[in-house]
Design a protein around this ligand. Structure first.
Ligand SMILES: NC(=O)c1ccc[n+]([C@@H]2O[C@H](COP(=O)([O-])OP(=O)(O)OC[C@H]3O[C@@H](n4cnc5c(N)ncnc54)[C@H](O)[C@@H]3O)[C@@H](O)[C@H]2O)c1
Ligand SMILES: [Zn+2]
Ligand SMILES: [Zn+2]
Length: 345
């Protein structure tokens, strides 16, 4: 089968690889119909994710059809259409029993990281019963690819942890796929104001179309002043950090209103300063989270009932045979205006 293989920092190739086989009774083999590329795949290619070793097939998002299922798989049978979660969950360990699937003692984020992933014609999914979701009849598969990772991430790590409420004031720092997913799902709660922050005017334009009430380009260094002005000098009730660099976390700390919540989503590679001398008396909360995908069943219903349309995040489409071009397009988003690319296997 064809597969996109990580070959060490800066190196990848489309290779012929053997079709995966069932290695545990709870495994299923999925024939991939659609997958995508995540910003995290670019982090891996930069060498930022040491758990991902050369030779690994990348990809942790996708939809497909059950090709075969082990004798311990009860919820799915050959031919069923399924959504693959980026988080593998045994369903039984103490973390899984608390719906903290991201910390599953034998799962978590392993797909396209510690085990071969979805950017291939077939993938082996461990714990199929609890790591796959049935696709409702008539559902749009492309839209559902957005539910493997980015929608639950924006919603759980940003909106739920950030306690977005009706009428409240929200700033989302970072208008990439994750920030935009937080923007779409924040609107479940009808906040009074959603301010989007980015350096890229094109992404802020998209945010405006997706329901942002104000957009701030932070390139000029006046983002704090602009956000304070927009909020009558008070700051925001929820600040969602969706970039993963020190400057954007520190921006969140400067714009948070008394009693507010800073919800960190970004993956941080370097240390970030926490200015307790300014924050100690502000009654604020800071949260961190690795996506659990515990909200996936709810999000499936929301997409099915057309309460949200994650298909709006898709900007480009490629065949698996052209996945190298897909990486080029996705990796140069400022020029190509790419958000999510669909790869058809
Ligand atoms: N916590 C989790 O479980 C989880 C899951 C998936 C992704 N992530 C992380 O979420 C973050 C966002 O993911 P993404 O795919 O949207 O990334 P992305 O790189 O596509 O988007 C980041 C956006 O931030 C903007 N940006 C960069 N520097 C900025 C600055 N100084 N000020 C304002 N904006 C700036 C960029 O222009 C871009 O639009 C990444 O760090 C990713 O690794 C976390
Ligand atoms: Zn991802
Ligand atoms: Zn578990």
């Amino acid at each position: 089968m064809k597969a996109l293989v990580y070959l060490g920092p800066g190196k990848k190739a489309l290779q012929e690889r053997p079709k995966p086989v069932i290695t545990a009774p709870t495994d299923a083999i999925i024939r991939i119909t659609r997958t995508t590329i995540c910003g995290t795949d670019l982090h891996i290619l930069k060498g930022d994710v040491p758990t991902c070793e050369p030779g690994r097939i990348l990809g942790h998002e996708g939809v497909g059809v059950i090709d075969s299922a082990g004798p311990g798989v009860n919820a799915f049978k050959q031919g069923d259409r399924v959504l693959i979660s980026c988080i593998t969950s045994c369903g039984k360990c103490s973390y899984c029993r608390r719906q903290m699937y991201s910390h599953c003692t034998t799962g978590g984020w392993i797909l396209g990281n510690k085990i071969d992933g979805t950017q291939a014609e077939f993938v082996r999914i461990p714990y199929a019963d609890t790591s796959l979701y049935p696709i409702p009849a008539g559902a749009d598969e492309e839209a559902l690819v957005m539910l493997s990772d980015i929608l639950p991430t924006g919603f759980e790590c940003g909106v739920l942890n950030g306690q977005v409420q009706p009428g409240s004031t929200v700033a989302i720092v970072g208008s990439g796929p994750i920030g935009l997913a937080a923007l779409l799902t924040a609107q479940f709660y009808a906040p009074g104001m959603i301010i989007m922050v980015d350096l890229d005017d094109n992404r802020l334009e998209v945010a405006k179309r997706f329901g942002a009430t104000a957009c701030v380009n932070s390139a000029g260094g006046s983002a704090v002043e602009q956000i304070m002005k927009l909020t009558g000098g008070v700051g925001v009730d929820t600040a969602i950090e969706a970039v993963g660099v020190p400057a954007t976390f520190e921006l969140c700390a400067k714009i948070i209103a008394p009693g507010g919540v800073i919800a960190n989503v970004g993956v941080h590679g370097v240390k970030v300063d926490l200015h307790m001398e300014n924050l100690w008396d502000r009654n604020i909360t800071i949260t961190t989270r690795l996506v659990d995908t515990s909200s996936t069943p709810m999000l499936l219903k929301s997409v099915h009932s057309e309460k949200i349309d994650p298909k709006r995040l898709i900007t480009h489409r490629f065949k698996l045979g052209h996945i190298i071009d897909a990486y080029e397009t996705f990796g140069h988003a400022a020029d190509t205006h790419a958000l999510k690319v669909i790869i058809e296997a």
